[in-house]
Structures are given as C-alpha cells and as structure tokens.
Design a protein around this ligand. Structure first.
Ligand SMILES: [Zn+2]
Length: 290
C-alpha cells in the first residue's frame, strides 16, 4: 500500500487508522438510485470502493502528515482511542495500535508535529487531537498548535451546549482548555507552503488544504468528497451534509479546478491508495489513483 508521496520539497504521508465497508451506499448517498448503483458496480468493486457482500461503501479513515522544509503538519486527526462512541460500534472504546504504528512507520513522533489542522470538526477528523491520560483528555501532540476555524468552532460549541456531542467534549474542548487552539479563518495561509481553502457545505466552514510553493502541487480534500462515486456524480450529497446544495457546488467547483492538472488530490476517505489526479469522465470526473 503506497503511503507516502514526494511533491517538490514536501513529503506527504498517509496515516491510515482503518479501512472497511461502513454504511450501505444507498443510505450514505441518499440521492443514489439502485439503477445508478448497478450501472457503476463493476468499476466501484474493481477499485475496492464498494463491498460486494453488503453494498457498503468502503471508506479509508486516515490523516495526512505533510513535511515541508520548515514544518511538520498533521491534517485531520482521525478516530482516536478510548473514545465513547455508542453510535459507532467499531470505534466505541477501541484501543488499537494502528494509528501510532502508522505514524512511527512514517518516521513521525508526536513531538514532531508543529500544527494540527482540522478540516472540520466531525468525529472522524478530531479523534487523535487528544489521548486519555490519568482519566483526563490531554493533547496527543504536545508541541502542536491546533488550528480550527472560528466559524466551525462556534457552530459546534453552540450545538454542544444544546445537546452534548461526545467528540466535541473529548477531542475539541480539551484542546481549547489547554490553550493549544488557534481559531483562524478558512481562507488563511499558514505559510508559503500551506494554504486553507474555504470549501463549505459538508459542514458550515469546512476547508481544504492547498500544498506547494507558488501553486497547489497537492491538495487535501477533507470531506468535500467521500466516495469516487461523487466524482462521477458530483450532485450526490452525503447524508449528513450541513448544506447539501452548497456541498454540491463546492464539489463541482473543486473537481473543475483541478481536472487535468498535475495537482495531486489527497482524499480523506477514498479507498487506498486514496490519492490521485482528477480527470474528466463523461459529465463528471474520476480520480486516477497513483
Ligand atoms: Zn470524514
């Protein structure tokens, strides 16, 4: 499994925590019809994006570590250990070594991370922000500044006050309490190698991350797209999109922007190897995996 890529003077590592069929495709993408699923079954199964046994979409759960000449940055922090996730049996209280082993294999220690960037504050993008230590949630990456957007944080903090959300309680608020969070905007540039790009729709202030000096040599998508099926049919919304219409417009614009360019597209959830180049395919797009 290919897990690292060199682009100019940067190295990008995939840090894979889990990969399997999760939700039935027809539930995950409510606009997907049985006919369209059947029509696309051969290529979806061939690339490992659809589990033939139960028609679940196969999703990879991973972070990206980006090493520039100056910094080591973790984009999204995946699922986490010891978290109470009653709605997700596979993640509830899990204590596996997958994530830390993948970090070590990439030659990255927790002390090496200068920044943790969360594209949005969903449960599978904030988990390793914290770890359990003597019954308390403490930052997993003790030297890192954690970047959340102000708008995204305000939204989830308010939602959490209305009704507690486990991942906000155990993986976001402890970072703020530890004074490790920087609240930024989704259009900020971190430095000359790393830029945020507002890509709202899946959540209120989701961002993607452009990498490379003087242009996007690579881009980390976060959840503006979940499955290769949404490249071919950008109009297919994921079931919990905050603003589905905006999500479609964001996805369409993103795919158009990078179509037939050299930009390496690093998706959060496509099956391994998860990374490729956007090409036109009929009325939609595909991502040719590297
Ligand atoms: Zn996600």
């Amino acid at each position: 499994m290919k897990t690292s890529f060199t682009v100019d003077d940067m190295t990008i590592h995939r840090i894979v925590e889990d990969e399997k069929g999760y939700t039935p495709a027809l539930e995950f993408l409510p606009g997907l019809s049985r006919d369209v699923l059947e029509e696309n079954r051969p290529w979806m199964q061939a690339m490992g994006a659809l589990n033939p046994v139960d028609d679940t979409l196969v999703l990879c759960f991973q972070s990206y570590v980006v090493r520039t000449p100056h910094h080591t940055v973790l984009v999204d922090s995946c699922i986490g250990n010891d978290k109470t996730r009653p709605a997700r049996a596979a993640w509830n209280g899990k204590r596996d070594g997958n994530y830390m082993q993948a970090l070590a294999a990439a030659g990255v220690g927790v002390d090496d991370i200068d920044y943790v960037m969360c594209t949005h504050l969903h449960v599978d993008h904030v988990g390793w922000n914290t770890k359990l230590e003597n019954g308390r949630w403490v930052p997993t990456f003790p030297k890192a500044r954690y970047l959340f957007t102000q708008t995204e944080y305000d939204y989830w903090e308010a939602e959490n006050r209305r009704a507690p959300i486990e991942c906000i309680e155990d993986s976001v608020l402890p970072i703020v309490a530890a004074r490790r969070a920087d609240l930024i905007t989704s259009a900020d540039a971190l430095n000359d190698h790393i830029r945020l790009m507002p890509t709202p729709g899946h959540t209120i202030d989701h961002f993607a991350v452009g990498l490379g000096r003087g242009g996007d040599k690579a881009v980390i998508t976060g959840d503006l797209i979940h499955s290769p099926l949404q490249a071919k049919y950008p109009e297919l919304s994921m079931r919990v999109d905050y603003d589905p219409k905006q999500g479609v417009a964001t996805r369409q614009a993103f795919l158009e922007k990078y179509c037939d360019t050299d930009t390496l597209c690093c998706t959060a959830h496509f099956p391994s190897p998860s990374v490729g180049h956007v090409k036109r395919w009929g009325n939609g797009f595909r991502c040719d995996m590297v």
